[in-house]
Design a protein around this ligand. Structure first.
Ligand code: NAP
Length: 542
């Protein structure tokens, strides 16, 4: 049986376009500092961007997925539970309600922690092979339902369907990877200085892990943590973001179908209002041993403080402000290709999206010209389920307002708008290219989380010494010595050299200093859920 949730784009706030045609949007397209030529270019770009959006408006969209995958209750101890109230989940492209989800509070969170703690007593003792087989079954089910899971992502988070399919495959790849790693959690035997002793190191699961995740990868941010936790022998309580609980609940449904025992995976969706009280339980309950969080640095600090009282293990994947550096020695076409994938994925809403573009003088104009053309020809706005859409809406109007604010700030400090520059109604934002950007503008100082490309020209390498600590950075160069020098010098957890897309289950993902603690994925990811216990085995006779 399939369930359909109808969504009417007629109600989309973008009504403006139906009556006025693809001309200027209702928000200021003409920004201070924008030349007449800039306005004309912007109109041309809008006309290219908008057909998808206009076509979207005459269509009716349905989230048509297999019924068992569209869950709306919390999942605790192997049962689907209701809460006293519900909160709505909206399609960010249309503002239409997709579902009403149980608004779990501290009581349900506590219930989930207790269930996870009970389940841990047996799950930690299961054979590694058994955990491996269950994770693999979960992976197989995800891939079997890839299309439906992708639709759920597109409808609740707005990203284009093609990207959502990619996220499902990426998300499932962590279950696959950790199903293999589960069988390779080896201890050590360390040579002793004393003949009558053997020194043994055992790796043991830490216990119950609280998993708190953001909306921008509603599936992958969960499986990257939960896969590692389950492989290690830990049990979990997941709190997904208010905007995107449906993907988390669909994963729980598939975990159940895979045969993962009750209490091993629990999901407590909740509204933003209840996040602090649910977070309080998940980060401070004595039965919780570990907190793994992905989200903004500000929230990460709040959770760290809560976890400190009972000295829990923590992993934090925090906010980004990734630099994208183009050296004079770069292959500019390669750099433009890298800029497109690293910037415009999920409409610029990933923590490893390039945030500020620092281009050396000699190639600056060429880079801008080619990037502008690539944006014109490759970016198409629309509902994520529309074929051909590459840019969906931002998650909500607050997100669009932040981008607009950064653009106005930059323009008021002398930046030039080469493409876009405007907020369309709803939370759709024009992909925007800014030239003549400087380091005193907001867009180079804080994370944008939107489709804005601020390009700064530099000639002295001094600008590269003040980039700060961020999860990821990218640079383009064809000079081998320069590549080694810069790769070692950047204060990041991950660096893309002549590459704009680097996430993979085999590679460690994580930031440094205020951009993160710990690593996810790779052979290191499982260590975050393990204690090393030293056993000194003495009294041995010769
Ligand atoms: P956020 O506001 O920090 O929220 C992340 C999660 O924390 C959500 O589930 C949120 O719930 C929850 N939360 C907020 N306050 C809480 C509290 N007091 N107690 C417990 N939970 C709380 O971040 P976001 O805006 O959703 O995500 C975007 C940020 O995530 C960006 O800064 C991005 O760079 C970062 N990010 C980092 C990575 C990485 O791997 N480094 C990956 C993806 C995203 P509600 O949704 O209900 O508010």
């Amino acid at each position: 049986m399939r369930r359909q949730v109808p969504v009417h784009l007629q109600d989309l706030q973008l009504r403006f376009y139906r009556t006025n045609g693809p001309v200027l949007p209702s928000q200021p397209l003409l920004l201070p500092g924008m030349s007449a030529a800039g306005v004309l270019r912007s109109r041309r770009v809008l006309q290219q961007l908008l057909p998808g959006l206009l076509a979207s408006m005459s269509r009716r969209y349905s989230l048509d997925v297999a019924a068992p995958l569209l869950r709306t209750q919390g999942y605790v101890d192997g049962s689907w539970i209701s809460a006293a109230s519900v909160f709505p989940v909206l399609d960010p492209a249309t503002g239409q309600e997709l579902a009403r989800v149980s608004d779990c509070g501290p009581a349900e969170a506590k219930q989930a922690v207790e269930a996870a703690h009970r389940a841990f007593q047996t799950w930690k003792g299961t054979a590694a092979k058994e955990r491996s087989v269950l994770l693999r079954r979960w992976f197989d089910l995800m891939m079997l339902h890839q299309e439906d899971l992708a639709k759920i992502i597109t409808f609740e988070c707005g990203k284009p369907l093609q990207e959502a399919r990619g996220e499902v495959a990426y998300s499932a790849s962590f279950l696959d990877w950790f199903s293999e790693e589960a069988r390779r959690i080896y201890g050590d035997i360390v040579p002793s200085s004393f003949k009558d002793r053997k020194l043994l190191l055992l790796k043991q699961p830490v216990g119950v892990a609280s998993i708190i995740t953001p909306w921008n990868f509603p599936s992958a941010m969960i499986s990257r943590k939960v896969g590692a936790a389950l492989a290690a022998g830990c049990t979990v309580v997941v709190k997904p973001a208010e905007d995107t609980p449906l993907s988390a609940l669909a994963l729980a449904e598939l975990a159940e179908q895979a045969g993962i025992p009750p209490g091993v995976v629990n999901v407590v969706p909740c509204s933003r209002d209840r996040a602090p009280s649910v977070g309080q339980v998940l980060c401070s309950d004595p039965m919780v041993a570990k907190v793994s969080f992905t989200g903004s640095t500000a929230t990460g600090k709040v959770l760290l403080k809560m976890a400190a009282d009972s000295v829990k293990r923590v992993s934090m994947e925090l906010g980004g402000n990734a630099p994208f550096i183009v050296f004079d020695s770069a292959d500019v076409d390669l750099a433009v290709g890298g800029a497109m994938v690293s910037k415009f994925r999920n409409s610029g809403q990933t923590c490893v999206c390039s945030n500020r573009f620092l281009v050396q003088s000699r190639v600056y104009d060429r880079f801008l010209d080619k990037l502008g053309r690539a944006m014109d020809s490759q970016l198409h706005l629309g509902h994520g389920s529309e074929p051909g859409t590459t840019q969906g809406p931002l998650i909500n109007s607050r997100a669009a307002e932040k981008v607009v604010h950064q653009i106005s700030d930059a323009v008021s400090h002398g930046a030039r708008v080469l493409r876009g520059g405007a907020r369309l109604n709803g939370s759709f934002m024009e992909p925007t290219l800014l030239a003549d950007v400087t380091t005193d503008m907001l867009c180079t100082q804080e994370e944008t989380f939107g489709p804005l490309v601020p390009v700064l020209r530099w000639s002295s390498q001094k600008v590269l010494t003040r980039l700060g600590s961020v999860p990821a950075g990218y640079f383009y160069s064809q000079d081998v010595s320069q590549i080694w020098r810069v790769a070692e010098a950047l204060e990041v957890g991950m660096v893309g050299v002549n590459e704009g897309l680097m996430s993979a289950p085999e590679a460690p993902f994580g930031g440094v200093k205020q951009s993160g603690l710990g690593r996810e994925g790779s052979k290191y990811g499982v260590d975050e859920y393990l204690e090393v216990k030293y056993v000194c085995f003495g009294g041995l006779k010769p």
